[in-house]
Design a protein. Structure first.
Length: 463
């Protein structure tokens, strides 16, 4: 794709259409871009369901033999083809060696997750010793807030977006109550301006500047789950530090989606799940990050055996030799059956590289945006024609691969008609359809097929 460097997605599409002497909306453009895609082989590393295998598809309106149009990796990534092999290896080891599996084999259960941490650190832009794989996302968020949120009478607020993911909202609310404060006073929620869908960076920074002396922790998502907005994590972190705040991020929708530089940005702490863009399976092993500058200053409020130094962990003398930094926050041994699919996925990420994935993502999502604007923009001359409004920022630097779509017609019916036709995406109340072309396994032809299918779904939903 080097020949398109420096071009916007729209310019790339139009250049290809001229090269092929076809309309920019032609399927030939998608086919050409797929052939030029250096990441194309990675699609073969994942199981892609057939349309007929989806429980929501309707054989009377679609060809069940086709691959489904899977655009919901922002909710659950596809299964890596190596995952069943790795799982079976550990099941066989358990069956044949029993307890010896804790220390034997290529994936010793007692420290198997440690072997993945460099690959995960590469995904989130961290040093290996700044990353731990453990627990679930919300458990990690609670563990981190227990240590980083130290409210005082004058500095007790946690700053977060008004429509944070429910789990984040509940965690923050409960942490505030746990310390004896009132969420109505200590939860500082930032909302978009009236009539706008997303937050302006300058508004976030302005709140930090004006109220920072009362804010203990700035706790944002990396990518906003509902709108798909990618926050300026570097700017938010810098602003928070200038006012003496700790700054942390929930990177559930950012890890494996956007290029992260948690260490270089000087982020204090972060956590993320691994079953969305990181393809580890439902309920997969989560990640946590604490910047190395805190390794001796920030200690876990809750301790467990797995936070003890591995070299002396089995001395069993009940004298804690706490591992420094985030490793000391470990509580228990990690389930080996969750380590296996995460390893399978991270190996693919290691081969693909986040910078290459991001380059493709910018073009792939830009291509989706181009076709939506072409076919489904509001047309005043056709007031009865259904149209689509994209609430995700149009600036590629302010979004990952997800576009959040609002419709001029009832969304649930559109969603149901898409599902009948073999499209896997998701709907979020009150009015958004989230569509995420994932660069690791989605193709430009997937995007083109989705646009064509959306036309049929809109027509059926209005009939």
């Amino acid at each position: 794709m080097e020949q398109f460097e420096g071009l916007t997605p729209a310019q790339t599409v139009e250049r290809v259409s001229k090269l092929l002497n076809c309309p920019p909306t032609s399927a030939q453009v998608a086919e050409y871009l797929d052939k030029q895609d250096p990441l194309r082989p990675f699609r073969g590393e994942f199981f892609l369901p057939k349309v007929s295998e989806l429980p929501t598809s309707d054989p009377s309106v679609t060809d069940g033999s086709l691959d489904c149009i899977y655009l919901v990796g922002n909710s659950l990534g596809l299964q890596p083809k190596l995952a069943p092999r790795y799982l079976q290896e550990e099941l066989d080891k358990w069956a044949k060696t029993g307890v010896h599996g804790h220390t034997d084999g290529s994936r010793p259960w007692a420290w198997a997750e440690n072997n993945l941490e460099q690959m995960m650190a590469d995904v989130v832009g961290a040093k290996r010793e700044e990353v731990a794989l453990m627990n679930g996302l919300t458990v990690n968020l609670h563990l981190l807030l227990l240590s980083f949120y130290k409210p005082t009478a004058s500095r007790h607020k946690i700053l977060l977006e008004s429509k944070a993911f429910p789990s984040d909202h509940y965690a923050v609310e409960s942490q505030i109550r746990l310390r004896g404060f009132n969420p109505e006073e200590s939860m500082r929620l930032v909302s978009p301006r009236p009539g706008e869908e997303t937050l302006r960076t300058e508004d976030i920074l302005d709140v930090i500047e004006k109220e920072g002396q009362s804010i203990a922790v700035v706790m944002f998502s990396g990518v906003q789950y509902y709108t798909g907005q990618l926050f300026d994590m570097a700017a938010i972190t810098e602003a928070g530090h200038k006012k003496g705040c700790y700054v942390g991020f929930d990177c559930a929708h950012a890890a494996g989606n956007a290029v992260l530089k948690l260490h270089d940005w000087d982020v204090d702490f972060a956590c993320w799940c691994s079953y969305k863009y990181l393809n580890s399976g439902a309920g997969g092993l989560a990640g946590a990050f604490i910047h190395e500058k805190h390794k001796d200053a920030i200690r876990p409020a809750l301790m467990g055996w797995w936070g003890h130094d591995l070299k002396t962990r089995f001395n069993m003398n009940n004298v804690m030799e706490l591992q420094p930094g985030v490793s000391g926050f470990r509580l228990s041994n990690q389930p080996i059956l969750l380590v296996c699919p995460l390893q399978a996925s991270l190996e693919v990420f290691h081969k693909a590289g986040m910078s290459s994935l991001r380059r493709k993502s910018l073009l792939l999502t830009g291509y989706l945006e181009y076709l939506i604007l072409h076919y489904y923009s509001q047309d005043p001359s056709q007031p009865h024609r259904p149209y689509v409004h994209i609430i995700t920022p149009s600036d590629p630097r302010q979004r990952g691969c997800q576009l959040s779509l609002c419709f001029s017609v009832p969304i649930r019916r559109v969603f149901q008609e898409l599902e009948k036709r073999g499209v896997a995406c998701d709907m979020r109340e009150p009015s958004v359809l989230r569509v995420a072309p994932v660069p690791l396994y989605n193709s430009f032809s997937d995007v083109h097929r989705f646009i064509e299918t959306l036309g049929g779904a809109l027509k059926a939903s209005c009939s």
